[in-house]
Design a protein around this ligand. Structure first.
Ligand code: SF4
Length: 322
């Protein structure tokens, strides 16, 4: 283990937050507008499974995105959702710049000309700084990578990011959550995206059944070996209607309490490379579906607890980065 650097001045937080990244690049706060392009995914449509990932809600992990009534969206539907999201953020936060976030389901799981229509609808919106695309590493064939590269060249002033739901590197957990691909597939996707010049954000779930803190730190250390742009650390949420909820109600596993989660997430940040932008450090589950842990619904209190613990420990991102 080695200490890479002393505490960095990442504005008001002891880690490289997305908010800090946006302010340093764009000079202001940027808001996310969650979109639903009406796609599905291979663990729902029968290609790999029909049940979905064990934790995933009916909304395809996009419960804050708008509904998409007409199957796969067209450009008009994306523009409509963007306008509605913009209205909401304007009225609530008075914000004027947005990142279009294709959140629900697998947003590269459609014919490439359809994807081009959807992505361009978001990229040509004058209020967006760009587009972030949530998908799976096994849904990035060469024609999609080529499209992303072409769009990056066509719209150099806009950002195009891809978000990959890795969740964990541990085989038992991978099987339990029904992820449906090996770590080697993730590795290939990251390298293909890197070659295309597309920044990658990785989603990790903390608190999966039978994962110890050491195992979660191994996932972080694995990610440190890639030149990824960002990470989302997400507490495992048990949502109504999922198979995870059935297992939880059958007492097949326990969830970390607030103090334990705080310790885990602070340790993960301490082990994370200081170059990786931290996009999220807690859950963002829909309150109307949340069964457990109920303490996570008070997001402000969770965040305050994490920040206070980092201050108490004198910790910062990368303190244990190796
Ligand atoms: S998490 Fe993503 S890949 Fe898994 S079922 Fe939900 S939408 Fe599909």
């Amino acid at each position: 283990m080695r200490i890479k650097s002393g505490p960095c001045l990442w504005s008001d937080k002891p880690y490289y937050s997305l908010d800090h990244y946006f302010k340093s690049v764009y000079g202001k706060k940027i808001y996310k507008t969650a979109l639903n392009a009406g796609m599905t995914c291979p663990v729902r449509d029968g290609s790999l499974d029909t049940r979905g990932c064990i934790f995933c809600s009916e909304g395809g992990s996009g419960d804050f995105a708008a509904g998409c009534p007409s199957g796969i969206a067209d450009a008009a539907e994306i523009k409509k959702q963007l306008a509605a999201g913009r209205e909401f953020i304007k009225s609530k936060y008075n914000g004027d710049s947005f990142l279009a976030y294709l959140q629900a389901y697998t947003n590269t799981y459609a014919p490439v000309d359809k994807l081009a229509e959807i992505y361009e609808a978001a990229l040509t919106d004058p209020h967006t700084i760009g587009l972030s695309i949530a998908t799976r590493p096994d849904c990035l064939p060469p024609d999609v990578i080529k499209l992303l590269k072409e769009l990056k060249e066509k719209y150099p002033e806009k950002c195009i990011w891809v978000e990959l739901g890795l969740q964990t590197i541990h085989k038992n957990s991978i099987n339990y959550i029904r992820r449906g691909y090996d770590n080697s597939v993730f590795e290939m996707a990251v390298h293909d995206l890197e070659d295309a010049g597309i920044p990658v954000i990785v989603h990790v779930i903390l608190g999966l059944p039978d994962e110890t803190k050491d195992m979660m730190l191994q996932t972080i250390e694995y990610l440190n070996t890639f030149s990824i742009f960002g990470i989302k650390l997400q507490l495992l949420h048990v949502l109504n209607g999922t198979d995870l909820a059935a297992d939880y109600q059958d007492r097949k596993f326990d969830l970390p309490g607030k103090e334990e989660y705080t310790d885990i997430v602070v340790s993960c940040i301490e082990h994370l490379s200081p170059d990786i932008v931290v996009h999220r450090i807690t859950g963002d589950g829909p309150k109307d579906l949340l069964i457990a842990p109920l303490w996570s619904a008070d997001k402000k209190s969770v965040l305050n607890g994490i920040h206070a613990e980092m201050k108490r420990r004198g910790s910062y991102q990368g303190i244990h980065y190796t």
